[in-house]
Design a protein around this ligand. Structure first.
Ligand SMILES: [Mg+2]
Ligand SMILES: [Zn+2]
Length: 183
């Protein structure tokens, strides 16, 4: 069968979808950023899959357990689905090299994006990785997707860390990117 491939917005979680809190471990601290819902609605209208790609080394470090991460992700899905949008999937890396050894999923590695590509038949060249850190942009480049740097979360302080690597786009926020897509 010659099914048309999907396209996706790969979203870093903390500092892109929700407020950046270091090693978010209390579900009560999970708060959507302004404009997240509106942005996700635009991407859905444009027929993108919405796939969260998040490093959660707090698991490897023992700061929180996977059950807690599940509760946080249920809350994220609930806050979004009550606005009638669904996240298509969430991929997280629980590792950290100092605690669990190297892995191929921790950003800047492209493992999570490749896993999603295989699971959802995604055309990476028509897809985007959005993040607020250099490692998000590197992961996107390593995977061969277009890269979008946003200035929410760690964005402003990370801005001067871009030397040899440049994102394809930079926007104030996820909504700034979404609005650009419908211009
Ligand atoms: Mg982030
Ligand atoms: Zn990993």
């Amino acid at each position: 069968m010659n099914k048309k491939k999907n396209k996706a917005i790969f979203l870093d979680r903390d500092g892109v979808i929700n407020k950046e809190v270091n090693y978010l471990s209390d579900p009560d601290d999970f708060e959507l950023l302004n404009g997240t819902i509106e942005a996700l609605k635009i991407f859905k209208r444009l027929d993108f899959l919405l796939i969260v790609i998040t490093n959660q080394s707090g698991l490897a470090r023992g700061y929180f357990k996977e059950e807690t991460l599940d509760i946080i992700h249920s809350k994220m899905r609930r806050l979004i689905s009550q606005e009638n949008i669904e996240l298509d999937d969430i991929y997280f890396c629980p590792h950290h090299p100092e605690f669990t050894g190297e892995c191929n999923c921790r950003k800047p590695n492209p493992g999570m994006i490749f896993a999603a590509r295989d699971d959802y038949n995604i055309d990476l060249t028509r897809s985007f990785m959005v993040g607020d850190t250099v490692n998000d942009i590197k992961a996107g480049k390593n995977a061969g997707v277009q890269t979008v740097f946003v200035l929410t979360g760690h964005g402003r302080e990370q801005q001067n860390k871009f030397k040899e690597i440049k994102s394809d786009y930079t926007f104030e926020s996820l909504l700034g990117f979404a609005n650009h897509m419908i211009k």
